[in-house]
Design a protein around this ligand. Structure first.
Ligand code: UD1
Length: 368
């Protein structure tokens, strides 16, 4: 059985490492072997946004690197589709696997669907109920055409049901939890030790990259200004995504008093979160990583797909609003967070591979 996995953006490299691992484990058990063919669209391309994850996490090395990035959403998705179509026709996989909600996800999903290749979506069913968010459109469309849908939680299954999607929907748990369990117990690297050593006070980890917070710099300025008000109490450790960095430089936005670093590798990020007091982020992945590592999270968005975290008080939605950010920090700063396995038991990858192994037909039903 051949699985063709399409990845392209930072969080997908982390999720793919768990699936690569589960495939390797499956293959050692002498069952019908699974061939793991990985395609990297190129959406993320800087070393610390891409290659560092392959070096650290043991993702199967990409057989195809498409080098498509830095374009408008339509152009990027279109170019990816043109290239992926050729790859899928050449590889004739038994299944195409996509993760999450990026442009790479959508491009892979549409190509597979047009070729009648069975399609599996990991992290299916998440909704923010705001179609202005590019990720929301990507995930709704991908779910609609997927044949196997792996949901991190029951809530995601319910949301799919509301859209009439009920066949081959599974609560697998979240592969991100598998990866936090697997990678968070490592010794901190010299880089992390060095960063932590420089902090004089308890510190907060901050990431901002969403289009919402960076396209128009008003929100970004407001968030940074608000975080600067907290400097007397905590150190702010800001890991700056290239999109955000461009905006800060272009508009000369003040980051005075904030500790600025380039994005870090996955081990380093987990270690920094582990040592932190709390997290401020607009990233979907980091909201959960904070929770898995039992740290409070102030989410710099107006909505979240991870509603379970908000319901149980581990996460507060503060958007870019000064008062909300400051009061969320006060409410959460000393709160004890308990990871109560709402996103599975840390074995989502093995469950997904076992289900796919049982259900994906070995005979091709595609049109290629
Ligand atoms: C993308 C995903 C988002 C995911 C995020 C993780 C979509 C619509 N969005 O957002 O869901 O949470 O990845 O980080 O797919 N850039 C670089 N170097 C890089 C990567 C990006 O300079 O290695 C630049 C790009 O050229 C572009 C900007 O950053 O100008 C944004 O990159 P893009 O991939 O379009 O979206 P992200 O904001 O990273």
């Amino acid at each position: 059985m051949k699985i063709l996995t399409v990845i392209g953006a930072r969080p997908q490299f982390i999720k793919a490492s768990i699936i690569s691992d589960s495939i390797r484990r499956h293959n050692t058990k002498g069952k019908r072997q699974i061939e793991d063919v990985v395609v990297h669209t190129g959406q993320h391309f800087d070393y610390n946004m891409s290659q560092v994850f392959f070096d650290e996490l043991g993702v199967t090395a990409p057989k195809y690197s498409l080098d498509i990035h830095s374009a408008t959403h339509g152009v990027m998705t279109g170019k990816m589709m043109m290239a992926l179509d050729k790859v899928m026709i050449a590889e004739k996989p038994d299944l195409v696997l996509v993760f999450g909600d990026t442009n790479s996800t959508l491009a892979g999903a549409i190509c597979a669907s047009k070729l009648h290749l069975p399609l599996a979506h990991i992290e299916a069913g998440l909704r923010a109920f705001n179609k202005k968010i590019p990720e929301e459109v990507n995930r709704i469309l991908t779910d609609q055409i997927s044949d196997f849908l792996f949901c991190p939680s029951q809530q995601a299954v319910d949301w799919l049901k509301n859209e009439g999607i009920v066949n081959n929907v599974f609560v697998s748990g979240d592969v991100m939890y598998d990866s936090v369990i697997k990678f968070s117990s490592r010794e901190p690297s010299p880089t992390v030790k060095n960063i932590i050593h420089k902090m004089k006070k308890p510190y907060a980890v901050v990431t901002i990259h969403r289009a919402d917070n960076t396209t128009d710099s008003k929100r970004l300025k407001q968030i940074l200004k608000t975080l600067q008000q907290l400097i007397a109490e905590i150190d702010i450790l800001f890991l700056v995504h290239p999109r955000t960095s461009k905006k800060i430089i272009e508009e000369q936005i003040s980051c005075e008093g904030i500790n600025i670093y380039e994005p870090l590798g996955y081990y380093d990020l987990l270690q920094l979160v582990k040592g932190s007091q709390c997290v401020f982020t607009d990233s979907g992945g980091l909201q959960k990583e904070a929770f898995f590592l039992e740290k409070p999270c102030i989410t710099l968005r107006d909505e979240t797909e991870w509603v379970e975290l908000v319901k149980q008080g581990a996460n507060i939605l503060a958007g870019a609003d000064e008062d909300k950010i400051l009061s969320a920090y006060q409410a959460l700063k000393n709160k004890i967070i308990t990871n109560n396995n709402i996103y599975g038991d840390g074995r989502a990858g093995d469950k997904i591979i076992s289900i796919l192994h049982q259900l994906v037909p070995s005979q091709l039903n595609s049109i290629i």
